[in-house]
Design a protein around this ligand. Structure first.
Ligand SMILES: Cc1cc2nc3c(=O)[nH]c(=O)nc-3n(C[C@H](O)[C@H](O)[C@H](O)COP(=O)(O)OP(=O)(O)OC[C@H]3O[C@@H](n4cnc5c(N)ncnc54)[C@H](O)[C@@H]3O)c2cc1C
Length: 277
């Protein structure tokens, strides 16, 4: 198992995967693989445990039982480039360790995010609808142009202040959230799966989801078995509360569904779409 896994992960080491218009994700390094999870877990269970003797079954069992510590034995380090508004959300995942480009010591590059036309959408009540109904192409082009104008103006003012000799840490303060930043980010596999569960969800912001989708593909190369378990057990899992479980039991027994109003709507949406509501 270890031999083929290492080969797949080694193929993508240092390779930048493009995200959004100017961003990327690069796997810098990793420690461990599916095999490391299994080795760590066997310290708990011992080699002879029959029901968990196969590696894949053991990983699946650990995931189902939320026996998370063996997954913490795998660690991945990424080099990421993303707009500051995505990075603001990213750093909320406190178990990650990071080191970011310094706007105090470096002059920030003129690199701003401009959403693609199909990703420019009106405000909606339910963010699950994001990008399903983008604005008309002509309007989207005008919005792109307005965003670029604002970014250019902000950067010109920044450059002006730098050239006048102002401290970089002050000159930068009017730069917008669309400015790109870069950082190294290290996370263990258990917390990375938690991150992916939250940030692959349709409730997460579209730009964040685009990064999370690529992280998922990279993690799959490092730990294909654990990633398959994660997708099946954690990612596609939908939790039902007590009232909903009761409703499910009644419906399965051929009785009427006791839920009504918004509770019924949430329950039916969960059942039909598989999305946590
Ligand atoms: C769709 C979406 C919308 C969001 N909207 C907002 C928002 O509007 N405003 C906002 O502020 N945040 C928002 N967040 C961020 C969210 O509240 C969490 O902070 C973020 O998702 C990180 O999750 P986490 O705490 O599980 O991860 P981590 O910080 O990586 O933590 C992992 C685990 O360690 C525990 N842990 C880590 N550090 C500590 C600590 N210091 N004390 C106690 N336990 C700790 C956590 O409880 C968790 O179990 C949003 C997140 C999502 C996915």
């Amino acid at each position: 198992m270890a031999h083929c896994i290492v080969k797949e992960a080694e193929k993508i080491l240092d390779k930048p995967f493009k995200v959004l218009d100017k961003g990327f994700i690069r796997l810098v390094d990793y420690l461990g693989s599916d095999e490391r999870i299994v080795q760590a877990a066997r310290v708990s269970y011992g080699k002879g445990t029959d029901s968990v003797s196969k590696d894949e079954a053991l990983i699946d069992y650990l995931m189902r039982q939320q026996h998370t510590s063996p997954f913490e034995q795998v660690v991945l380090t990424f080099h990421l480039k993303m707009p500051i508004f995505v990075a603001r959300q990213w750093v909320r995942h406190r178990m990650g360790r990071m080191n970011e480009l310094s706007g105090r010591f470096s002059v920030m590059q003129e690199e701003f995010y401009v959403p693609a036309k199909e990703d420019i959408d009106p405000q909606k009540k339910d963010r699950l609808e994001r990008a399903l109904e983008p604005v008309e192409p002509a309007e989207a082009a005008k919005i792109q142009s307005d965003l670029k104008k604002g970014q250019k103006k902000a950067y010109e003012s920044y450059k002006d202040l730098i050239e006048k000799g102002l401290a970089r840490e002050i000159a930068r303060i009017n730069l917008p959230l669309s400015l790109y930043t870069e950082f190294y980010w290290q996370m263990d596999l258990n917390n990375l799966f938690r991150f992916l569960k939250l940030r692959l969800d349709p409730h997460a912001q579209l730009e964040m989801r685009k990064y999370a989708e690529i992280i998922l593909e990279i993690v799959r190369k490092v730990c294909p078995v654990a990633t398959a378990s994660f997708e099946n057990i954690m990612l596609k899992q939908v939790a039902f509360n007590g009232e909903e479980i009761d409703a499910l039991r009644r419906v399965l027994a051929g009785e009427a569904n006791p839920l009504t109003g918004p509770k019924l709507d949430r329950f039916l949406t969960k059942v039909k779409t598989g999305h946590q509501m």
